[in-house]
Design a protein around this ligand. Structure first.
Ligand SMILES: [Zn+2]
Ligand SMILES: [Zn+2]
Length: 652
């Protein structure tokens, strides 16, 4: 008999050779019908494989991320089977599940190009094959047999993959008529796949290498029922409408120019206004929390990054060094602000009384990304971090962490992000050799993060082994209005840079000590944050952030003078207002202003001019009636002063 430990800690006895599916059945038939894969002693496996020793077991269903991954990867095999049936000479690369949902398969179609119609054909075939409930059968094969199989099939990609595999560890999986080289695991049979949608066709270099052949990548997603697919497609449609690249163009916030260079965003006046407002908002909060502003250059000597270790670690994947007419002089485009801030710390002697020292900078940094990886504002080559480095004594880490969490909460709240989790990344429990810094300091820092996160009531996930080699960290994963998760703010403890830069302070006992450094950025980067914010609110920015808060719309030229007067009054009161002076019908002016998602439209005609009023239209809410100029100024300045979720709600 063997002992199986379940996640709740209970232990059950089974015959040796029992399968996870048998175990599921012994618990309940309902569970057995739902289970997709099993985690056995930490390894995810097919549920039909025999278990021959004592083990801890987790049964994985659609509700588990590993269950979904197994489902989607198995769907890639199903798509391959359908492809082979529709286009028999297809050669296959790899077909993994995708972390944020669905799967793809990279294939070589020879000279054929495929389009939307073909996808529909493949989709229908997949549904037909799924309905056959074909089991995914696992088979161990020798390397020689594996090579023979794919030589006969003339599939060069699989042969290349086999070449790198160790004999004795090669497995094939077959469902229906399709056999694939794969280490698994898979769901029990294709019948679990009830809803299919192939979403996209793209190009992808074989093994991600530009020197290799460009293959066709087909993306798809599958679900265990039609309802979930419908919901997914609805979300996808909504996401398209909220795509920040589309909104950035429509709302005239930012642009890209091939001539300037890809991945280098250009902030247009309205976008710059938005960014400035966000900066001012955070700057004020930081000043209130004892941060000091600093400014550092966009380049730094290569030596700076040799000292920091960045050169060794990232140098070969960075922009090339900048040289000067002087021999041997080399500079790097700044990839991070930390080394510069370390040198600011060193600019004068520090005592224990000077700490914590909190240096803040909206620092623009440059990181090389392959052009294929670039995406709107979320993956760029130049971006501005809302960076700060806190230099403190080890006994201050807890308090500083607490304050940073407060600041991050304040920011998220003001911007209407209410659903987030905090991921605490700690050391590997078993291997502590790969981390720099004393055991004692790590203990303090790790425990502080865990305690403070609990104290603040954060919804926390602890991940062991995810800490950086230089210190533990806390990352905020934020859910947007469509339920998508984004990593935004981060707080990281660092024992490495103070060591490398030999940072010191004189302690109360007159000895020299190393400070601890905390890196933190509540937004992460201005670019990424604004992208997420735009998608979260669908471009309907809260009133206090809207680049244009009120648009004054005269019915005709006759009222241009009064329109200007209204604008001037509002501007004097600090409201961002502008007139629409075009010679257009009022209906058109209102429509265009609605498109630009301007929170307030102020319509002006004969009556308004004579009575010293404006007719107010709220974006998305329509006509609000007439108010006097004095009332209007009072209302709008009241709204503008509220940097909170309340203000955001008021503009909806
Ligand atoms: Zn597979
Ligand atoms: Zn840093």
């Amino acid at each position: 008999m063997i002992h199986i430990t379940l996640p709740d800690g209970s232990v059950r006895e089974y015959q040796e050779g029992v399968s996870a599916l048998d175990i599921a059945r012994s618990i309940s038939e309902g569970l057995a019908r739902k289970v997709l894969a099993a985690e056995i002693n930490g390894e995810v496996r097919d549920i039909t494989r025999p278990v021959s020793e004592d083990a801890s077991l987790r049964l994985l269903t659609w509700d588990d991320k590993e269950g979904k991954a197994t489902f989607w990867h198995s769907s890639a095999h199903l798509m391959a089977e359908a492809l082979e049936s529709v286009f028999p000479d297809t050669k296959f690369g790899i077909g993994p599940a995708i972390a944020n949902g669905g799967f793809y398969y990279d294939i070589d179609l020879g000279d054929r190009t495929i389009g939307e119609e073909d996808l529909q054909k493949i989709e229908s075939k997949m549904k037909e094959l799924a309905a056959q409930k074909n089991p995914y059968l696992r088979e161990e094969v020798s390397k020689a047999d594996a090579v023979r199989y794919f030589e006969e099939k003339q599939d060069p990609y699989k042969l290349e993959l086999i070449r790198d595999l160790e004999d004795g560890k090669i497995t094939f999986y077959t469902q229906g008529t399709f056999t694939d080289l794969c280490r698994g695991p898979h769901i029990p049979n294709t019948g679990f796949i009830k809803a299919v949608k192939l979403t996209n066709i793209a190009g992808a270099y074989w093994r991600g290498n530009e020197k290799n052949k460009m293959l066709t990548r087909i993306y798809g997603i599958t679900f265990p029922n039609q309802k979930e697919l419908d919901e997914y497609l609805h979300l996808l449609e909504e996401a398209k409408k909220r795509d920040h690249r589309k909104l950035g163009r429509e709302l005239e916030l930012f642009a890209f120019s091939e001539k300037v260079g890809s991945g280098l965003p250009l902030w247009l006046p309205k976008g710059a206004m938005l960014r400035e407002r966000l900066q001012q908002f955070l700057q004020k909060a930081q000043t209130d929390s004892g941060y000091l502003p600093v400014i550092t250059p966009h380049i730094g000597s290569k030596q700076l990054y040799v000292t920091s270790g960045h050169w060794e670690k990232y140098g070969k994947d960075s922009f090339r060094p900048i040289t000067t007419p002087q021999e041997g002089e080399e500079f790097m485009l700044k990839p991070m602000n930390c080394p510069h801030h370390c040198e600011i710390y060193k600019s004068s002697p520090r005592s224990y009384r000077d700490l914590p020292l909190r240096l803040a900078e909206f620092g623009t940094v440059y990181r090389y990304e392959q052009s294929g990886e670039l995406h709107g504002l979320t993956r760029v080559r130049g971006f501005t971090q809302d960076d700060a480095h806190l230099f403190c004594r080890p006994d201050q880490v807890r308090e500083e962490f607490k304050k940073v969490i407060d600041l991050v909460m304040y920011v998220f709240n003001a911007l209407d992000f209410h659903d987030f989790t905090a991921q605490v990344s700690l050391r590997d429990k078993d291997d502590r050799s790969k981390y720099i810094g004393s055991e004692e300091n790590w203990e303090i820092a790790e425990q502080s993060i865990i305690d403070v996160a609990a104290e603040k009531g954060l919804n926390t996930v602890i991940e062991y082994g995810e800490a950086a080699f230089y210190g533990p960290k806390l990352d905020f994963m934020v859910k947007d209005a469509l339920g998508r998760s984004w990593q935004l703010g981060t707080i990281q403890v660092d024992y490495n840079l103070p060591e490398r830069f030999e940072l010191e302070y004189i302690d109360s006992d007159n000895t020299r000590k190393r400070p601890v450094m905390i890196h933190r950025a509540p937004f992460g980067s201005m670019e990424r944050f604004i992208a997420v914010l735009l998608e979260h609110c669908g471009g309907n920015l809260p009133f206090w952030l809207a680049p244009v808060q009120a648009k004054v719309l005269p019915i005709s030229d006759k009222f241009a003078g009064y329109a200007q007067e209204v604008c001037d009054r509002l501007r004097k009161a600090g409201i961002r207002a502008e007139p629409d002076e075009r010679n257009e019908k009022i209906g058109r002016k209102i429509r265009d202003t609605e498109m630009m998602k301007v929170p307030y439209m102020l319509v002006i005609g004969e009556k308004e001019m004579n009575e010293g009023t404006v007719s107010v239209r709220k974006h998305g809410a329509g006509d609000q009636g007439a108010v006097t100029l004095a009332e209007l100024v009072k209302d709008l300045t009241g709204l503008a002063s509220r940097t909170s979720g309340e203000a955001a709600a008021a503009t909806d």
